[in-house]
Design a protein around this ligand. Structure first.
Ligand code: COA
Length: 382
Protein backbone atom coordinates (compact mmCIF):
# COMPACT_ATOMS: atom_id res chain seq x y z
CA UNK A 1 0.00 0.00 0.00
CA UNK A 2 1.37 3.50 -0.93
CA UNK A 3 1.89 6.23 1.67
CA UNK A 4 -1.17 8.16 0.52
CA UNK A 5 -3.42 5.12 0.63
CA UNK A 6 -2.15 4.30 4.09
CA UNK A 7 -2.72 7.76 5.46
CA UNK A 8 -6.20 7.85 3.85
CA UNK A 9 -7.02 4.62 5.67
CA UNK A 10 -5.71 6.03 8.94
CA UNK A 11 -7.73 9.21 8.40
CA UNK A 12 -10.84 7.11 7.76
CA UNK A 13 -10.27 5.10 10.91
CA UNK A 14 -9.87 8.36 12.86
CA UNK A 15 -13.07 9.62 11.26
CA UNK A 16 -14.93 6.47 12.35
CA UNK A 17 -13.75 6.90 15.93
CA UNK A 18 -14.73 10.55 15.79
CA UNK A 19 -18.25 9.68 14.60
CA UNK A 20 -18.56 7.03 17.30
CA UNK A 21 -17.91 9.72 19.93
CA UNK A 22 -19.72 12.70 18.42
CA UNK A 23 -22.46 11.17 16.27
CA UNK A 24 -22.76 11.58 12.52
CA UNK A 25 -23.56 15.26 12.00
CA UNK A 26 -22.93 17.36 8.90
CA UNK A 27 -20.20 20.01 8.87
CA UNK A 28 -21.46 23.08 6.97
CA UNK A 29 -19.19 25.45 5.03
CA UNK A 30 -19.21 27.78 8.08
CA UNK A 31 -18.26 24.93 10.40
CA UNK A 32 -15.39 24.01 8.06
CA UNK A 33 -14.23 27.64 7.99
CA UNK A 34 -14.37 27.82 11.79
CA UNK A 35 -12.37 24.62 12.18
CA UNK A 36 -9.77 25.80 9.64
CA UNK A 37 -9.45 29.13 11.41
CA UNK A 38 -8.89 27.69 14.89
CA UNK A 39 -7.32 24.26 14.29
CA UNK A 40 -4.74 22.57 12.06
CA UNK A 41 -4.81 19.33 10.09
CA UNK A 42 -3.58 16.35 12.12
CA UNK A 43 -0.29 14.80 11.01
CA UNK A 44 -0.22 11.06 10.13
CA UNK A 45 1.91 10.46 13.26
CA UNK A 46 -0.66 12.21 15.46
CA UNK A 47 -3.45 10.16 13.82
CA UNK A 48 -1.62 6.93 14.58
CA UNK A 49 -1.27 7.97 18.24
CA UNK A 50 -4.99 8.86 18.35
CA UNK A 51 -5.91 5.38 17.15
CA UNK A 52 -3.71 3.89 19.86
CA UNK A 53 -5.59 6.00 22.45
CA UNK A 54 -2.51 7.99 23.34
CA UNK A 55 -3.44 11.43 22.02
CA UNK A 56 -6.88 13.10 21.92
CA UNK A 57 -9.12 12.42 18.92
CA UNK A 58 -9.66 15.36 16.54
CA UNK A 59 -11.61 18.39 17.65
CA UNK A 60 -13.41 18.42 14.26
CA UNK A 61 -13.35 16.44 11.03
CA UNK A 62 -13.87 18.69 8.01
CA UNK A 63 -16.55 17.82 5.47
CA UNK A 64 -13.73 16.57 3.18
CA UNK A 65 -12.63 14.12 5.90
CA UNK A 66 -9.56 16.05 7.19
CA UNK A 67 -9.14 15.53 10.96
CA UNK A 68 -8.42 18.87 12.70
CA UNK A 69 -6.60 19.24 16.00
CA UNK A 70 -5.48 22.17 18.16
CA UNK A 71 -2.17 23.66 17.05
CA UNK A 72 -0.66 22.56 20.38
CA UNK A 73 -2.09 19.04 20.13
CA UNK A 74 1.08 17.26 21.26
CA UNK A 75 2.24 19.98 23.66
CA UNK A 76 0.91 18.31 26.83
CA UNK A 77 2.84 15.14 25.94
CA UNK A 78 6.01 17.23 25.61
CA UNK A 79 5.39 18.94 28.95
CA UNK A 80 4.67 15.56 30.55
CA UNK A 81 8.14 14.40 29.42
CA UNK A 82 7.01 12.07 26.63
CA UNK A 83 3.82 10.45 25.36
CA UNK A 84 4.26 7.45 27.67
CA UNK A 85 4.12 9.77 30.68
CA UNK A 86 1.10 11.75 29.50
CA UNK A 87 -1.54 9.74 31.38
CA UNK A 88 0.20 9.89 34.77
CA UNK A 89 0.99 13.57 34.36
CA UNK A 90 -2.64 14.28 33.39
CA UNK A 91 -4.35 12.40 36.26
CA UNK A 92 -2.01 14.00 38.82
CA UNK A 93 -4.12 17.17 38.45
CA UNK A 94 -6.89 15.39 40.47
CA UNK A 95 -4.77 13.84 43.25
CA UNK A 96 -7.68 13.40 45.67
CA UNK A 97 -10.19 12.09 43.19
CA UNK A 98 -8.80 9.28 41.00
CA UNK A 99 -12.23 8.37 39.59
CA UNK A 100 -12.76 11.90 38.25
CA UNK A 101 -9.16 11.96 37.00
CA UNK A 102 -9.77 8.83 34.92
CA UNK A 103 -13.11 10.12 33.63
CA UNK A 104 -11.46 13.34 32.55
CA UNK A 105 -8.67 11.41 30.86
CA UNK A 106 -11.25 9.51 28.80
CA UNK A 107 -13.07 12.71 27.85
CA UNK A 108 -9.76 14.37 26.99
CA UNK A 109 -8.77 11.47 24.71
CA UNK A 110 -12.18 11.58 23.04
CA UNK A 111 -11.52 15.17 21.86
CA UNK A 112 -14.51 16.49 23.84
CA UNK A 113 -12.47 19.43 25.11
CA UNK A 114 -12.42 21.05 21.67
CA UNK A 115 -14.35 23.83 23.42
CA UNK A 116 -11.25 24.90 25.38
CA UNK A 117 -8.83 27.48 24.04
CA UNK A 118 -6.10 25.32 25.55
CA UNK A 119 -6.73 21.58 25.75
CA UNK A 120 -4.82 21.08 29.02
CA UNK A 121 -5.77 19.49 32.37
CA UNK A 122 -5.41 22.75 34.29
CA UNK A 123 -7.88 24.40 31.90
CA UNK A 124 -10.29 21.45 32.15
CA UNK A 125 -10.30 21.86 35.94
CA UNK A 126 -10.75 25.61 35.69
CA UNK A 127 -13.61 25.23 33.24
CA UNK A 128 -15.37 22.68 35.46
CA UNK A 129 -14.99 24.92 38.52
CA UNK A 130 -16.13 28.06 36.70
CA UNK A 131 -19.20 26.28 35.22
CA UNK A 132 -20.21 25.05 38.70
CA UNK A 133 -19.70 28.58 40.04
CA UNK A 134 -21.77 30.12 37.23
CA UNK A 135 -24.58 27.60 37.79
CA UNK A 136 -24.69 28.33 41.54
CA UNK A 137 -24.60 32.09 40.86
CA UNK A 138 -27.45 31.89 38.34
CA UNK A 139 -29.60 29.99 40.90
CA UNK A 140 -29.01 32.70 43.49
CA UNK A 141 -29.50 35.57 41.05
CA UNK A 142 -32.86 34.18 39.93
CA UNK A 143 -33.99 34.71 43.53
CA UNK A 144 -32.28 38.08 43.99
CA UNK A 145 -30.66 39.70 40.96
CA UNK A 146 -28.75 42.11 43.27
CA UNK A 147 -27.23 39.46 45.58
CA UNK A 148 -23.65 40.76 45.96
CA UNK A 149 -22.07 37.35 46.53
CA UNK A 150 -23.80 35.89 43.48
CA UNK A 151 -22.72 38.89 41.39
CA UNK A 152 -19.13 38.29 42.47
CA UNK A 153 -19.38 34.58 41.67
CA UNK A 154 -20.90 35.18 38.25
CA UNK A 155 -18.38 37.90 37.43
CA UNK A 156 -15.52 35.57 38.35
CA UNK A 157 -17.05 32.63 36.45
CA UNK A 158 -17.69 34.56 33.25
CA UNK A 159 -15.00 37.23 33.10
CA UNK A 160 -12.48 36.00 35.64
CA UNK A 161 -10.71 38.02 38.32
CA UNK A 162 -7.05 38.72 38.89
CA UNK A 163 -5.32 35.31 38.88
CA UNK A 164 -8.48 33.36 37.99
CA UNK A 165 -9.37 33.03 34.29
CA UNK A 166 -13.08 33.19 33.46
CA UNK A 167 -15.02 31.11 30.95
CA UNK A 168 -14.91 33.87 28.36
CA UNK A 169 -11.15 33.42 28.02
CA UNK A 170 -11.09 29.66 28.68
CA UNK A 171 -13.57 28.78 25.94
CA UNK A 172 -13.32 28.97 22.19
CA UNK A 173 -16.11 30.69 20.21
CA UNK A 174 -17.48 27.31 18.95
CA UNK A 175 -19.73 26.69 15.98
CA UNK A 176 -23.16 25.35 15.00
CA UNK A 177 -21.71 21.85 14.62
CA UNK A 178 -21.02 21.85 18.38
CA UNK A 179 -24.72 22.32 19.12
CA UNK A 180 -25.41 19.17 17.11
CA UNK A 181 -22.74 17.05 18.75
CA UNK A 182 -23.47 18.25 22.29
CA UNK A 183 -27.22 18.06 21.65
CA UNK A 184 -28.05 21.61 22.77
CA UNK A 185 -26.53 25.01 23.37
CA UNK A 186 -22.74 25.15 23.53
CA UNK A 187 -21.04 25.56 26.88
CA UNK A 188 -20.22 29.16 25.91
CA UNK A 189 -23.86 29.87 25.09
CA UNK A 190 -25.00 28.27 28.36
CA UNK A 191 -22.48 29.79 30.75
CA UNK A 192 -21.15 32.96 29.11
CA UNK A 193 -23.66 34.40 26.64
CA UNK A 194 -26.85 33.53 28.44
CA UNK A 195 -25.94 34.62 32.03
CA UNK A 196 -24.26 37.71 30.62
CA UNK A 197 -27.46 38.70 28.81
CA UNK A 198 -29.66 37.85 31.80
CA UNK A 199 -27.62 39.29 34.67
CA UNK A 200 -24.65 41.29 33.40
CA UNK A 201 -26.32 43.50 30.78
CA UNK A 202 -27.50 46.68 32.50
CA UNK A 203 -31.19 47.49 32.11
CA UNK A 204 -31.62 51.18 31.32
CA UNK A 205 -33.56 53.05 34.00
CA UNK A 206 -36.68 55.02 33.21
CA UNK A 207 -35.63 58.56 32.44
CA UNK A 208 -35.86 61.26 33.57
CA UNK A 209 -34.96 61.09 37.25
CA UNK A 210 -36.55 63.94 39.17
CA UNK A 211 -35.27 65.49 42.36
CA UNK A 212 -36.71 68.42 44.31
CA UNK A 213 -35.26 70.99 41.90
CA UNK A 214 -33.65 69.05 39.08
CA UNK A 215 -34.41 66.82 36.14
CA UNK A 216 -31.69 64.30 35.21
CA UNK A 217 -32.05 63.02 31.66
CA UNK A 218 -30.01 61.63 28.77
CA UNK A 219 -28.10 64.19 26.73
CA UNK A 220 -29.65 65.94 23.74
CA UNK A 221 -27.57 67.39 20.88
CA UNK A 222 -28.75 70.90 21.76
CA UNK A 223 -27.19 70.59 25.25
CA UNK A 224 -23.76 71.30 23.81
CA UNK A 225 -24.29 75.09 23.86
CA UNK A 226 -24.66 75.09 27.64
CA UNK A 227 -21.21 73.56 28.13
CA UNK A 228 -19.17 75.55 25.57
CA UNK A 229 -18.09 78.37 27.88
CA UNK A 230 -17.12 76.14 30.83
CA UNK A 231 -15.13 73.74 28.64
CA UNK A 232 -13.23 76.63 27.09
CA UNK A 233 -12.00 77.68 30.53
CA UNK A 234 -8.52 76.55 31.62
CA UNK A 235 -9.49 77.22 35.20
CA UNK A 236 -12.72 75.18 35.19
CA UNK A 237 -11.09 72.20 33.47
CA UNK A 238 -7.86 72.41 35.49
CA UNK A 239 -8.88 69.65 37.92
CA UNK A 240 -10.75 67.47 35.43
CA UNK A 241 -9.23 64.51 33.58
CA UNK A 242 -9.84 66.23 30.26
CA UNK A 243 -8.16 69.25 28.75
CA UNK A 244 -10.16 72.31 27.63
CA UNK A 245 -12.37 71.70 24.59
CA UNK A 246 -13.38 74.00 21.76
CA UNK A 247 -17.04 74.25 20.65
CA UNK A 248 -16.63 71.53 17.99
CA UNK A 249 -15.12 69.17 20.55
CA UNK A 250 -17.89 69.92 23.03
CA UNK A 251 -20.51 69.21 20.34
CA UNK A 252 -18.71 65.97 19.51
CA UNK A 253 -18.59 64.94 23.20
CA UNK A 254 -22.33 65.58 23.57
CA UNK A 255 -23.10 63.74 20.32
CA UNK A 256 -21.16 60.68 21.51
CA UNK A 257 -23.14 60.69 24.73
CA UNK A 258 -26.41 60.61 22.82
CA UNK A 259 -25.38 57.43 21.01
CA UNK A 260 -26.46 54.05 22.37
CA UNK A 261 -23.60 52.18 24.00
CA UNK A 262 -23.30 49.02 26.06
CA UNK A 263 -25.38 50.54 28.85
CA UNK A 264 -22.44 50.53 31.27
CA UNK A 265 -21.75 54.25 30.95
CA UNK A 266 -24.55 56.57 31.99
CA UNK A 267 -23.96 60.21 31.22
CA UNK A 268 -26.82 62.57 32.05
CA UNK A 269 -27.54 66.27 31.85
CA UNK A 270 -28.95 67.97 34.95
CA UNK A 271 -31.48 70.71 34.26
CA UNK A 272 -33.25 73.21 36.51
CA UNK A 273 -36.36 74.93 35.15
CA UNK A 274 -35.42 73.73 31.67
CA UNK A 275 -31.87 75.14 31.87
CA UNK A 276 -28.88 72.77 31.86
CA UNK A 277 -26.85 73.32 35.06
CA UNK A 278 -24.34 70.48 34.82
CA UNK A 279 -23.79 66.81 34.09
CA UNK A 280 -23.18 63.58 35.95
CA UNK A 281 -21.92 60.17 35.04
CA UNK A 282 -22.09 56.69 36.48
CA UNK A 283 -19.79 54.04 35.02
CA UNK A 284 -20.73 50.44 35.88
CA UNK A 285 -17.60 48.35 36.32
CA UNK A 286 -15.80 45.70 38.33
CA UNK A 287 -16.45 42.01 38.96
CA UNK A 288 -20.06 41.18 38.08
CA UNK A 289 -20.58 44.86 37.21
CA UNK A 290 -21.19 45.41 40.91
CA UNK A 291 -19.22 48.62 41.31
CA UNK A 292 -19.94 52.09 39.97
CA UNK A 293 -17.74 55.13 39.51
CA UNK A 294 -19.54 58.43 39.85
CA UNK A 295 -18.50 61.80 38.42
CA UNK A 296 -19.99 65.30 38.22
CA UNK A 297 -19.62 68.83 37.02
CA UNK A 298 -21.77 71.88 37.64
CA UNK A 299 -21.48 74.89 35.36
CA UNK A 300 -19.72 77.80 37.14
CA UNK A 301 -22.72 80.08 37.39
CA UNK A 302 -24.79 77.33 39.02
CA UNK A 303 -22.37 76.19 41.74
CA UNK A 304 -22.91 76.95 45.40
CA UNK A 305 -26.62 76.04 45.33
CA UNK A 306 -26.47 72.39 46.28
CA UNK A 307 -27.29 71.12 42.78
CA UNK A 308 -24.30 68.75 42.68
CA UNK A 309 -25.30 67.21 46.02
CA UNK A 310 -28.92 66.83 44.97
CA UNK A 311 -28.10 65.29 41.59
CA UNK A 312 -25.36 63.01 42.95
CA UNK A 313 -27.73 61.69 45.64
CA UNK A 314 -30.14 60.69 42.86
CA UNK A 315 -27.34 58.98 40.94
CA UNK A 316 -26.22 57.08 44.07
CA UNK A 317 -29.80 55.94 44.59
CA UNK A 318 -29.95 54.85 40.95
CA UNK A 319 -26.70 52.91 41.35
CA UNK A 320 -27.66 51.14 44.55
CA UNK A 321 -31.38 50.58 43.99
CA UNK A 322 -31.78 50.16 40.25
CA UNK A 323 -28.41 48.63 39.31
CA UNK A 324 -27.92 46.82 42.63
CA UNK A 325 -24.37 48.11 42.98
CA UNK A 326 -22.40 46.98 45.99
CA UNK A 327 -20.06 49.96 46.07
CA UNK A 328 -19.73 53.32 44.37
CA UNK A 329 -16.43 55.17 44.12
CA UNK A 330 -15.29 58.64 43.10
CA UNK A 331 -11.77 59.38 41.93
CA UNK A 332 -10.53 62.94 42.03
CA UNK A 333 -7.52 65.15 41.83
CA UNK A 334 -6.54 65.71 45.47
CA UNK A 335 -6.42 69.48 44.82
CA UNK A 336 -10.15 69.45 43.99
CA UNK A 337 -11.41 70.70 47.37
CA UNK A 338 -14.99 71.30 46.17
CA UNK A 339 -15.27 67.81 44.74
CA UNK A 340 -13.82 66.32 47.94
CA UNK A 341 -16.30 68.38 50.00
CA UNK A 342 -19.10 67.05 47.81
CA UNK A 343 -17.98 63.45 48.46
CA UNK A 344 -17.99 64.14 52.20
CA UNK A 345 -21.50 65.69 52.00
CA UNK A 346 -22.66 62.53 50.23
CA UNK A 347 -21.36 60.41 53.11
CA UNK A 348 -18.57 58.89 51.03
CA UNK A 349 -15.40 57.79 52.81
CA UNK A 350 -11.94 58.84 51.67
CA UNK A 351 -10.32 55.43 51.31
CA UNK A 352 -7.04 56.46 49.90
CA UNK A 353 -4.80 59.35 49.18
CA UNK A 354 -2.48 58.26 46.42
CA UNK A 355 0.74 60.25 46.28
CA UNK A 356 1.82 61.48 42.86
CA UNK A 357 -0.05 58.73 41.01
CA UNK A 358 -2.00 60.85 38.58
CA UNK A 359 -0.55 62.47 35.43
CA UNK A 360 -2.67 65.46 34.51
CA UNK A 361 -1.92 68.39 32.26
CA UNK A 362 1.84 68.21 32.42
CA UNK A 363 2.35 67.30 36.07
CA UNK A 364 2.08 64.46 38.53
CA UNK A 365 -0.51 65.10 41.17
CA UNK A 366 -2.03 63.26 44.12
CA UNK A 367 -5.47 61.70 43.87
CA UNK A 368 -8.19 60.65 46.30
CA UNK A 369 -10.52 57.72 46.08
CA UNK A 370 -13.79 58.05 47.93
CA UNK A 371 -16.21 55.13 48.30
CA UNK A 372 -19.59 54.22 49.70
CA UNK A 373 -20.98 50.71 50.23
CA UNK A 374 -24.62 49.91 49.63
CA UNK A 375 -25.23 48.97 53.29
CA UNK A 376 -23.64 52.23 54.48
CA UNK A 377 -25.84 54.20 52.13
CA UNK A 378 -28.95 52.29 53.27
CA UNK A 379 -28.03 52.66 56.98
CA UNK A 380 -27.67 56.43 56.56
CA UNK A 381 -31.23 56.53 55.21
CA UNK A 382 -32.81 54.20 57.78
C1 COA B 1 -17.18 69.75 42.04
C2 COA B 1 -18.43 70.62 41.87
C3 COA B 1 -19.48 69.80 41.13
C4 COA B 1 -18.97 71.00 43.26
O1 COA B 1 -20.01 71.93 43.11
P1 COA B 1 -20.62 72.71 44.38
O2 COA B 1 -21.42 73.81 43.87
O3 COA B 1 -19.53 73.01 45.34
O4 COA B 1 -21.54 71.64 45.08
P2 COA B 1 -23.10 71.73 45.33
O5 COA B 1 -23.78 72.02 44.04
O6 COA B 1 -23.49 70.51 46.03
O7 COA B 1 -23.25 73.01 46.23
C5 COA B 1 -22.85 72.99 47.58
C6 COA B 1 -22.76 74.40 48.07
O8 COA B 1 -24.00 75.04 47.85
C7 COA B 1 -24.50 75.59 49.11
N1 COA B 1 -25.96 75.57 49.01
C8 COA B 1 -26.70 76.68 48.71
N2 COA B 1 -27.98 76.35 48.62
C9 COA B 1 -28.09 75.05 48.90
C10 COA B 1 -29.17 74.14 48.97
N3 COA B 1 -30.43 74.54 48.75
N4 COA B 1 -28.90 72.85 49.27
C11 COA B 1 -27.65 72.43 49.51
N5 COA B 1 -26.58 73.25 49.44
C12 COA B 1 -26.79 74.55 49.14
C13 COA B 1 -23.87 74.68 50.14
O9 COA B 1 -23.83 75.32 51.40
C14 COA B 1 -22.49 74.49 49.56
O10 COA B 1 -21.75 75.64 49.75
P3 COA B 1 -20.27 75.65 50.36
O11 COA B 1 -19.43 74.85 49.39
O12 COA B 1 -19.91 77.07 50.41
O13 COA B 1 -20.39 74.97 51.68
C15 COA B 1 -18.11 71.91 41.11
O14 COA B 1 -17.16 72.64 41.82
C16 COA B 1 -17.59 71.68 39.72
O15 COA B 1 -18.33 71.38 38.80
N6 COA B 1 -16.27 71.85 39.50
C17 COA B 1 -15.66 71.76 38.20
C18 COA B 1 -15.72 70.39 37.63
C19 COA B 1 -15.11 69.38 38.58
O16 COA B 1 -14.09 69.63 39.18
N7 COA B 1 -15.72 68.20 38.63
C20 COA B 1 -15.30 67.13 39.52
C21 COA B 1 -14.18 66.35 38.98
S1 COA B 1 -13.66 65.12 40.13
Amino acid sequence: MGDDALSNRVAMAVHDRFVAVNGDHPMTAEDDAYARQHFVAATPEAMALMLEGRLPLPAYVLSDGTPMVPEAHGRSAEIAGGIERLHDWFVAFWPDDPATAEQEWVRYLSGQYACLSEEAPVRIKQMTERVAEAAAAVDLLRQDAHDPIARGMLGEAVDGVLGVPGLDSLLRPMTAYDRLRYGGPTVREMWVDSPRAEFLAPVAPTWPLRTERLVLRPFELSDADAFVEAWASEEWTSLLLSRPRNPAEVADMVRRRTEPGDGQFLGVAAAHDGEVVGDLMLQLQGTGLSEGEIGWSILPRHTGRGYATEAAEAMLRLGFEHFGLRRIVANLDARNDRSAALCERLGMRRECHKRGDFWSKGRWTDSYEYALLREEWAAARA
